[in-house]
Design a binder for this molecule. Sequence first.
Ligand SMILES: [Zn+2]
Length: 196
Amino acid sequence: MISITLLGTAALVPIPERALTAAFLTCGGHSILFDCGEGTQSAAVKAGVSLMKTDLIALTHYHGDHILGLPGLLKTMWRMGRTEPLYITGSEGLWQKAMEPILRLTGRTAYPIELFELPAEGLQLCRLIRGWASAARLTAFKTVHKVPSQGYCFTLELAGKFLPQKAKALGVPVNQWSRLQNGQSVPLGDNIILPE
Ligand SMILES: [Zn+2]
């Protein structure tokens, strides 16, 4: 199931009931944060969602009302003991216009921060982050704004027909079949069995 929480929908200036831009997507225990305006952390607490295990942050552009919540969030993740890598993608100029100054403010983090560009055809998220459903794909598309900007399309392709005889032949234990049916891979010894 895909769940999207709109954490902030205000522009330029936050108001008591509307934080600046941020949306949080969860799917199968994994999550993506789209933009991170000022007040995103408070808005998440209010909405009852935790941003601490966010796998990936996708930024649309680098105006302050879309990114100024990032230094605080990155620092909180560190304080909360995060060790897993955090992946960050964005429009043109991700390092120079956003992450270089933000990381200078944030300082050291105990977890790795990996910047990456989405390929034009989109990315099957399990190829970057272990545990995502193989059917989950993130694609960027250009949007019209005063500065280079992009939107994102998250898709969950329909699962194919489950073939129990094939799972059996591959030696996948029956109690793991539901993972394959849900589009997740199953580690088996030194191998990983993909739903395909
Ligand atoms: Zn803007």
